[in-house]
Design a binder for this molecule. Structure first.
Ligand code: NAD
Length: 490
């Protein structure tokens, strides 16, 4: 068990990071920041507004000329230094993430924080290798293409993987030479606040990265609306994505939207059963099911359906739900009371739609310091139709449905019978089938016989209502650049 640092995390105030300084919001308004495992406020987040965003954009605009002109190796060295400092503070950041978000400390330490430093280091080095194309028209002309940083970028991130996704956006933006105004989720501001201190320590020049904390409809909206923020990278819910797109489109801003998912996990009878089972437990309940890539609809070929359901329920019941700071905990607290209520309301909906709850289904009341925390039992539901709301809408919690299918075409049709198209997992030992099904499932990311195996060079993002554009690799750096072709006649 990790010692809970009450002294460090008393009702301290967090600050915005504007023009290289940690500052109060202009109107000195704050919001309580809740520790979801305890259900109590433990520090105060700036309740910033459009004026704070305007200050941040002004600083970012001013910093752009020198940052975009800085030699690549110097820019890369600063970003790498930030990665080193994240590694140095691994324990502190993992603890902060666990307390702020409700996720197990062990998960934050093994996944979230290492990935945040990997994001910074990956794009620090990528910036040194970035190149643009040239096209020769034999004997006639040469075209060369330049890709120059756009200017001030707005980066808005969600609460489920706070520092992981925050850095996934700002690292390519900074590497491309943009300056940034960023907003983490108001529900999980802590590691972004600690990150701003690391940026100061690493010597990031003033104004290059600005972090404005606060509510989405105030701070987020103000970033999207600001005429000097030319490019927006957003990760969050599909409904918010629509609002952002509606605001940004008339201003012709460049947009990357990484949105919700309702991912199918397709299990064929010829799979490696043990691997499919073990990984499906992870893909269902890791981070309390609060990962956009979690497989929430498990489709199982009928000949192994009963066996799979029995084993899956048995292993689900063995998952230890509890204090995120304890070593044995596999499933922590949901991020907020409102989100817990939403998840529980979907379990009620599933019952009214005819679903049978095989395990879980209820809030858990812990004893001790977590007695008011937002814990929900990992829940497995069967007997639901593909088209019911439970199987169509994103729940984003520790809730999965399992459904049988008879034929490959049926599995593909079920997988595609949804407005979302973020990721899918396919379990089969038949190589031809793996290719066939991967090709036909309409999702931006397909994992065959694995889940969440990430190579940061690959394009990342969803189809349909799961988003617009791709992050990762060169795609992300290119996104933050403006393209120009120069054609020179011989
Ligand atoms: P959300 O849409 O409520 O909030 C995301 C961010 O947007 C927050 O910082 C929020 O303050 C801000 N925001 C809210 N309203 C805004 C507005 N009008 N203008 C600008 N910004 C605004 O999402 P959430 O509840 O924080 O996160 C959960 C959602 O994120 C889920 O739907 C999940 O699937 C999705 N998600 C997607 C990916 C992906 O890569 N596709 C990754 C993680 C999470």
């Amino acid at each position: 068990m990790v010692t809970y640092p009450r002294i460090h995390f008393g009702m301290e105030k967090l600050y915005n990071f504007i023009d290289g300084k940690l500052v109060e919001p202009g109107k000195s308004n704050y919001l309580p920041n809740i520790n979801p495992a305890e259900g109590v406020a433990y520090n105060l987040v700036p309740d910033s507004d459009a004026q704070d965003v305007a200050e941040a954009v002004k600083a970012a605009r001013f910093a752009f000329a020198s940052w975009s002109a800085m030699p690549l190796d110097q820019r890369a060295a600063i970003l790498s230094k930030i990665a080193d400092l994240i590694d140095r503070d691994l324990d502190q950041l993992a603890l902060a993430e666990s307390i702020d978000q409700g996720k197990p400390f062990k998960l934050a330490k093994s996944m979230d924080i290492p990935r945040a430093s990997a994001n910074m280091r990956f794009y620090a080095t990528a910036s040194m290798h970035f190149a643009s194309e040239s096209h020769h028209m034999e004997g006639e002309a040469v075209n060369y293409t330049t890709r120059t940083p756009i200017g001030v970028a707005g980066c808005i991130s969600p609460w489920n993987l706070p520092l992981y996704l925050f850095t996934w956006k700002i690292a390519p933006a900074l590497a491309a030479g943009c300056t940034v105004v960023a907003k983490p989720s108001e529900l999980t501001p802590m590691t972004a606040f600690l990150f701003s201190k690391l940026c100061i320590e690493a010597g990031l020049p003033n104004g290059v990265l600005n972090i404005v904390h606060g509510l989405g409809h105030k701070v987020g909206q103000a970033i999207v609306e600001h005429p000097d923020v030319l490019v927006i990278s957003f990760t969050g819910g599909t409904v918010t994505g629509k609002t952002i797109a509606a605001t940004a489109a008339p201003m012709f801003k460049k947009l990357s939207l990484e949105l919700g998912g309702k991912n199918p996990n397709i299990i064929f009878a010829d799979c490696d059963f043990e691997q499919a089972l073990n990984t499906s437990i992870q893909s269902s309940f890791s981070n309390q099911g609060e990962i956009c890539l979690c497989g929430s609809r498990i489709l199982v070929e009928r000949s192994i359906y009963e066996k799979f359901v029995d084993e899956f329920v048995k292993r689900t019941k063995e998952l230890v739900v509890g204090d995120p700071l304890e070593d044995k905990t596999r499933v922590g607290a949901l991020v907020s009371e409102a989100h817990m209520k939403k998840v529980l309301s979907y379990i009620d909906l599933a019952k009214t739609e005819g679903g049978k709850i095989l395990c879980g289904g209820k809030r858990i009341t812990m004893s001790g310091r977590c007695e008011q925390g937002y814990f929900v039992e990992p829940t497995v539901i069967i007997d639901l139709d593909q088209y019911c709301r439970t199987n169509q809408e994103e729940i984003f919690g520790p809730v999965v449905t399992i459904m049988p299918f008879d034929k490959e075409e049926e599995a593909i049709a079920y997988a595609n019978s949804n407005a979302y198209g973020l990721s899918a997992t396919i379990w089969t030992e038949n190589l031809k089938r793996a290719h066939r099904v991967s090709h036909q499932v309409k999702s931006g990311i397909i994992w065959v016989n694995c889940w969440l195996l990430r190579d940061l060079r690959t394009p990342f993002g969803g189809m349909k209502q799961s988003g617009v554009g791709r992050e990762g690799g060169w795609e992300a750096i290119r996104f933050f650049t403006e393209t120009k072709n120069v054609c020179i006649k011989f």
